[in-house]
Design a protein around this ligand. Structure first.
Ligand code: S3P
Length: 382
C-alpha cells in the first residue's frame, strides 16, 4: 500500500490541525480502469503524482494496455480511451499481475468470456495465493481456467461464450464478486450473485453509474443483465477519492500522537468505513465533513480529534459480520489495541491468512515480540 502525505508536516503536540491527502482509492481505481475500458468514453483520472499510484494499479494498467486499451499515464493524470464492450484484443504475452491479487482475480472474470485465450502470472508471493476457488466458480458459467497444480498462478484462460448462473460466493470477497460480475458482462442471460456477508460494493456502484444493467439491494442477490448498456458522455473526468484504507494509518497515528488531523477528500463508502465505528467505540472522537456523492460514491473530509481522546482507549470486539467491511484495516486496528486497556478480539477473519502474507500469524508474531499477550485462533486473534 502506498501512502502519500503532502505536504509533509512536522507533527508537534502543540501545533495546529494538520491536513493530509492520501493517494487515490485503489479498489475504485482498479474498477474505473477496467470498467472504463469497456465503455467508448475518453476518461481522465487526475492523480496527485505518479508516486501516489500503487504498484497494484500499475499492474492493472499494464494488463489493460496489453489487451489493446490505449492508456496514457502522465504526472498529473491517467487518460484512458475505452474500446467498448467487445473491443479487447488478445494480449501478445502472458499478463503479469505482479503482486496484485485484485488484478489477477478481476482479470480472470474479465478474460473468461472473451473470444481469445490468455494467460496470467504473478510474482512469487501472488503465485502462492489461492485462485482455484474462483476458477471453479467461473467454471460453473462455462469458463475454462487452468491453474497450476496447486490451484494458483500461473493460469491459462480459454476464451469461451459464458452462460449466466445464480452464483453463491463461498466467502465474502469483493474480488470474487467483481470477477463474477465482469464475467457476467460477457455471459448469455442474467447473472445473479449472492454473498454470505456484504463486502465492498464499488463494482455495483460503478456499474450502475456507467449504465450497465445491474441491480443490487442490501441482503438481496445482485443481478446483472448484460444486454443493458447506456452511452456515457464521450469524454469525462473522474477524480478518484483518497484511499480510506491508507487514511486508517494516519487516523491511528493521530490518536497515538494525541493530534487533531484532517484527511481531505477520502472515500467514505459505508462498506469500507466500519473501522471508523471501531475507533469511535474505542473512545476516539471523529467527524466526516463536506460529505458529497460523486458517481455513486460518498467522499468527504475526515477529522480525527486525536487531541480529545479519552483515556484509556477501550478494547474492541470485531465479529465475522464486521470483517469484510474493515478487512484491510484489521492490522492497524490491532496495533492500536496494544494501547487499549483490556483484551481486543477479532474473529471470523480466516481470509486474512490468504493475503500477501498470513496477516493473522504475522501480527501474532510481531506483537508477541513487543511483549503483548496474544492468543491466536484459526480465524483471528485476541
Ligand atoms: C479488494 C477486496 C479485498 C481487499 C483487497 C482489495 C477489492 O479482498 O482485501 O485489498 O478491491 O476488491 P477480498 O476480495 O479477497 O476480500
Amino acid at each position: 500500500m502506498t501512502v502519500t502525505i503532502s505536504p509533509v508536516p512536522s507533527i508537534h503536540p502543540d501545533s495546529q490541525p494538520v491536513r493530509f491527502t492520501v493517494g487515490p482509492d485503489k479498489s475504485i481505481l482498479h474498477r474505473i480502469l477496467i470498467l472504463g475500458s469497456l465503455t467508448r468514453s475518453l476518461i481522465r483520472i487526475p492523480i496527485g503524482s505518479i508516486e501516489s499510484l500503487s504498484h497494484d494499479v500499475l499492474a492493472t494498467i499494464l494488463a489493460l494496455e496489453s489487451l489493446g486499451v490505449p492508456i496514457e499515464v502522465t504526472t498529473e493524470q491517467i487518460e484512458l480511451q475505452g474500446v467498448g464492450r467487445h473491443g479487447l484484443r488478445a494480449p501478445g504475452h502472458t499478463i503479469n499481475c505482479a503482486n496484485s491479487g485484485t488484478t489477477a482475480r478481476l482479470m480472470m472474470g474479465l478474460l473468461a468470456g472473451q473470444t481469445f485465450d490468455s494467460a496470467l502470472a504473478g510474482d512469487s508471493s501472488l503465485s502462492a495465493r489461492p485462485m482455484k476457488r474462483l476458477a471453479d466458480l467461473l467454471a460453473t458459467m462455462g469458463a475454462t481456467i487452468d491453474t497450476s497444480g496447486t490451484g494458483t498462478l500461473p493460469l491459462k484462460i480459454k476464451g469461451r461464450t459464458l452462460h449466466a448462473e445464480n452464483i453463491i460466493l463461498p466467502v465474502a470477497s469483493a474480488q470474487m464478486k467483481t470477477a463474477v460480475l465482469l464475467a457476467g458482462l460477457f455471459a448469455e442471460g442474467v447473472t445473479s450473485v449472492r454473498e454470505p456477508l456484504q463486502s465492498r460494493d464499488h463494482t455495483e456502484r460503478m456499474m450502475e453509474a456507467f449504465g450497465f444493467g445491474i441491480e443490487y439491494e442490501s441482503g438481496q442477490p445482485i443481478t446483472l443483465d448484460p444486454t443493458i448498456e447506456q452511452d456515457l458522455e464521450e469524454e469525462f473526468e473522474y477524480e478518484v477519492p483518497g484511499d480510506i484504507s491508507s487514511a486508517s494509518f494516519l487516523a491511528v497515528a493521530a490518536v497515538l500522537l494525541r493530534k487533531q488531523i484532517v484527511i481531505t477528500n477520502i472515500s467514505l463508502n459505508p462498506t469500507r468505513s466500519r473501522y471508523l465505528d471501531i475507533l469511535t467505540l474505542m473512545g476516539v472522537d471523529l467527524e466526516a465533513t463536506q460529505v458529497r456523492e460523486v458517481f455513486g460514491e460518498a467522499r468527504g473530509d475526515l477529522i480525527i480529534y486525536g487531541d480529545r481522546v479519552e483515556q484509556p482507549l477501550a478494547p474492541f470486539e470485531i465479529t465475522r459480520e464486521d470483517v469484510p467491511l474493515l478487512l484491510d484495516e484489521i492490522p492497524i486496528l490491532l496495533t492500536l489495541a496494544l494501547f487499549a486497556e483490556g483484551t481486543s478480539t477479532v474473529r471470523g477473519a480466516r481470509e486474512l491468512r490468504l493475503k500477501e502474507t498470513d496477516r493473522i500469524h504475522q501480527l501474532a508474531l510481531q506483537f508477541r515480540a513487543f511483549g503483548a499477550e496474544i492468543e491466536e485462533f484459526e480465524d483471528g486473534l485476541s
